[in-house]
Design a protein around this ligand. Structure first.
Ligand SMILES: C[S@@+](CC[C@H](N)C(=O)[O-])C[C@H]1O[C@@H](n2cnc3c(N)ncnc32)[C@H](O)[C@@H]1O
Length: 241
């Protein structure tokens, strides 16, 4: 494994007003995710088997926040051939293209997905929402819904708030003190911010789905293991358009 890239963050998180604060948060997170090195992008969750109850071999698939293409390659090896991925991190996308030349990978922001309306049967967001700042969540879910066909699916596996763990309770409380929304915290290495992360409540995810006309058809609460080995609540949800 390559050494972890530590980002020097020049964006200062003071809070002059909320509009400015959200802009700064967004710039910070986009900057930090763009700077990770290819296969060093955080990636800890594997696909939960329930996905294969819904995903069919002929489906056209889009993985949002595909990173360096781990999930896509995994699906390709299982016989799924029509696979696309987008990620804001160009180096991740270049790496994914190299690993899987028959995939269709694009460096793009999920708030402006470079595909047509109703182009996909199956969307995947795996450990993606944790990276999305509050001000962008609704827009991104609507973009996701836009590219899903009527009758198509969204599979999502996301980190949930884990207040019962003193480590996360402290992180969330520090996040609140800094002005972030409940469940958001800074991930730091040696005092430098790597990125901000958000852990969701079930209700938050459900509201986002509802607002984007996506109907939840499967839900399970799981325990995820992060890359640092911490145990975190997690949700696996499948929604239908
Ligand atoms: C925690 S990683 C998960 C990667 C991958 N889905 C996996 O499970 O291995 C989150 C990914 O989302 C990407 N990302 C963050 N914000 C994004 C955005 N606005 N648009 C597209 N990708 C984004 C990051 O670059 C990163 O690769």
């Amino acid at each position: 494994m390559m050494a972890q890239t530590v980002l020097t963050c020049t964006t200062k998180l003071t809070v002059p007003n909320f509009g400015e604060f959200y802009k700064q948060q967004y710039n910070l997170i986009v900057m930090s995710w763009k700077n990770f090195e290819k296969d060093n992008l955080p990636s800890s969750i594997e696909l939960f088997p329930v996905i294969f109850d819904y995903l069919e071999k002929h489906h056209k698939i889009l993985d949002i926040g595909c990173g360096f293409g781990k999930t896509c390659l995994n699906l390709y090896k299982k016989g799924y051939k029509n696979i696309c991925g987008i990620d804001i991190n160009k180096k991740g996308i270049l790496y994914a293209r190299k690993m899987m030349p028959n995939g269709n990978f694009k460096a793009a922001d999920a708030s402006n997905i470079p595909f047509d309306d109703s182009e996909f049967d199956f969307l995947i967001t795996q450990a993606f929402w944790t990276t999305v700042v509050e001000s962008k969540r609704k827009k991104i879910m609507k973009e996701i819904s836009r590219v899903i066909k009527k009758g198509g699916f969204l599979y999502t596996a996301q980190f949930g708030q884990t207040w019962e763990d003193p480590l996360y309770k402290k992180r969330y409380e520090e996040g609140l003190e800094k002005g972030y929304d409940k469940g958001t915290f800074e991930s730091t290495v040696n005092g430098e911010i790597r990125y901000t992360a958000h852990h969701y409540t079930k209700e938050e995810i459900e509201k986002l789905l509802e607002e984007a006309d996506l109907k939840k058809i499967y839900y399970s609460k799981e325990i995820f293991t992060t890359q640092s080995g911490n145990k975190v609540n997690g949700y696996v949800i499948i929604a239908k358009k």
